[in-house]
Design a protein around this ligand. Structure first.
Ligand code: ZN
Length: 156
């Protein structure tokens, strides 16, 4: 019986830690959105999917750099941009965020070409000769749809 409160406390602890992480990422997102808006106003990019976001967090935001690296694969979807890079150091034209102390941001044009299907930019567009106008994720999805379709035909 005594195990339950412990397990519960543990679960709560993990949840609290996780929600704190997401709260910090929401602050990063807000800072990135400001930078994206400025880049759009300056006509450096047309929309978020044309952007590559470079980020670096310094010691004024303890643990943030590690958090960004940990969640890097989720960041493009969170910011609704094509690419995100966590730079190992400041410089490189990164500007300190006005809303989040310790974070520096730079918006660049995304690498690669625009995918016809999802509009994300990817350096892998054109690599798949079967689907030359889409990105690597979409060519995978299209191949899956196609194999499902052939399977359906074969079954009838
Ligand atoms: Zn795509």
């Amino acid at each position: 019986m005594a195990v339950f409160p412990d397990a519960e406390a543990l679960a709560c602890g993990i949840a609290a830690k996780d929600s704190e992480k997401w709260e910090r990422l929401a602050q990063v997102r807000a800072a990135v959105l400001v930078a994206l808006e400025q880049a759009r106003a300056a006509k450096a990019i047309g929309g978020g999917l044309e952007a590559k976001v470079r980020l670096h967090a310094n010691s004024k935001a303890p643990g943030l750099q590690e958090l960004l690296k940990e969640k890097l694969s989720l960041l493009p979807a969170l910011f609704i941009v094509s690419q995100v890079v966590v730079d190992p150091a400041e410089g490189n034209g990164l500007l300190p965020s006005e809303t989040l102390p310790g974070l520096a941001v730079k918006i660049e044009r995304a690498d690669g070409k625009k995918c016809d299907r999802c509009w994300n930019y990817s350096t892998h567009v054109g690599e798949n000769t079967r689907y030359p106008t889409v990105c690597e994720r979409c060519s995978e999805a299209l191949a899956e749809i196609e194999s499902d379709a052939t399977a359906g035909v074969a079954a009838t």
